[in-house]
Every structure is written in C-alpha cells, then in structure tokens.
Design a protein around this ligand. Structure first.
Ligand SMILES: [Fe+2]
Length: 253
C-alpha cells in the first residue's frame, strides 16, 4: 500500500511533533503493509518558495536517520491554494509529490466552488496535475462539481478514514467513490493512527478488493512514477452496522 498524504515530517506543521512520534507511526504503517509514504507538510501558495524551507530539510534529515527501512519515504507538500499558484512555485519540485508533475492541493473548508475550479485550472496551466486533497471536506463539493474538476484534468484524493465515518463528509466521500470519481485514497496522518490501510480494509471487507488495489496501490504508485492514472470503477460503500446504530443514537437515522 502507498500513502501519499501525511504530516509526519516532525515539528514543521500541525502533524507529528517529534522524530520519535513519526517513527512509531511509520512502524505501525509498515505492520499494516504500507510500503511507501509521502511526507506532505502544509505550505501556502502565498508563501511557497523556489526551494524547500530549511526547517523541512533539517526535519527530513533527522527523520531519515531514525526511520525504519519500510515504508520508504518520499517528499512532497500539501499546498494550500490561498492564492493562485505562482509560476515560480509551480516550478519548485519540492512542492510536488516525489518531484513528479502531481501536486497535492487543498483549500479552506468553506471555499467557493468557483475558487476551487479557478485554482485547479491555474495549476494545470503550469503543466502540473493537481491532486485535490479530501474534496469531501469542502461544503461546495458535489458529485457534479468533482466530475467537472476531473474533466478539467484534476485528480481526487479521498480521505481513507472519512470513507467509513457517519458525518456529512463521509457521505460525500462514499458518493464520490460510488460515482467512480475517486483516484486515490490517503491517510492524512497527523502523528495519530489514521492510515490508508483503513480504507483498503473497508473496501476489501465489502468485496471490492479490485477497487482497493487501484485506489491504494496502483494509482498512488503511478503518481510516484509520474504516469497517468487508471480509471477506477464506482463501488457502493455500505455503512457498517455499528455506524447505523450510532446514527440511530445521534438521531440521524
Ligand atoms: Fe493534510
């Protein structure tokens, strides 16, 4: 399994606070079968520089010295598009995933639909492929909007843990997977126990192992090799019995 979204570069953002914390998480991921992890600290388009911030390089050196052999570590960033990506930032391969053309981008939760569309078009115009982080998180997200963003050329990263939750964003994530609009799953680990393996197991447990392989192994692997992604067939992710019971107690059934 390959996880392309994590905040495990220690003490540089709101993710893992220390090398020790990151090492524990990486060891857990290795036990779950994760072979490759991309470190994607938060950066802002308004601040993205031509070279990686010094503290990122120092944190990577410190982590690499103590990290287990597996998962292999790749470098990248999660770029908050608080303003359109500049051409200079677009050329900076430290902000892309494993120095490929793919760049993980995010917005604030209440961002307007048209702002997302314009930001994605701008990234594409720079010759990069925007991989939109957790589209299900945005209130303006819908199946129709995501279909449009994918037609523009953007790709979608669904949060692996959200896929199994009862929240509205869980419903949106399941709708996107059902419509065949998800390209990869990722864990978005912040030094906690979130893992792309959660999503793999959820899909596998519902008889959708082929889709799990595409979303968690094949397509993330293609990104690291800078290749085009395979279309992913839609699959209906059912809520578990436990989730249905919780919904009853929450009065949302
Ligand atoms: Fe993130």
């Amino acid at each position: 399994m390959i996880d392309l979204h994590s905040h495990l570069l220690p003490a540089v953002d709101d993710g893992s606070r220390s090398v020790e914390q990151s090492v524990r998480v990486l060891q857990d991921m290795a036990r779950q079968g994760v072979t490759d992890v991309c470190l994607t600290p938060h950066v802002r388009a308004s601040r993205a520089l031509a070279v990686a911030p010094v503290e990122h390089d120092a944190a990577f050196t410190a982590l690499a010295a103590s990290a287990p052999e597996l998962p292999r570590l790749h470098r990248g960033a999660e770029v908050m598009l608080d303003r359109p990506l500049s051409a200079v930032a677009g050329r900076a391969r430290y902000i892309t995933l494993g120095a490929t053309r793919y760049v993980l981008v995010e917005y604030t939760r209440t961002v307007a639909l048209e702002t997302i569309s314009q930001g994605l078009v701008r990234v594409l115009s720079l010759g990069l492929v925007p991989l939109l982080a957790h589209p299900e998180r945005y209130s303006s997200c819908s199946v129709e909007a995501v279909r449009y963003w994918r037609e523009l050329g953007a790709r979608m990263q669904i949060d692996a843990t959200t896929l199994g939750t009862t929240q509205a964003r869980g419903n949106r994530a399941r709708d996107l997977v059902a419509a065949g609009l998800a390209d990869i799953l990722a864990g978005d680990n912040h030094g906690d126990d979130r893992s792309v393996a959660n999503g793999y197991r959820l899909l596998e447990g519902q008889g959708a192992r082929d889709v799990a392989e595409l979303l968690v192994v094949h397509n993330p692997g293609a990104i690291l090799e800078d290749r085009p992604l395979e279309p992913v067939p839609g699959v209906v992710v059912k809520r578990t019995l436990r989730q249905k019971i919780r919904r009853l107690f929450e009065g949302e059934a």
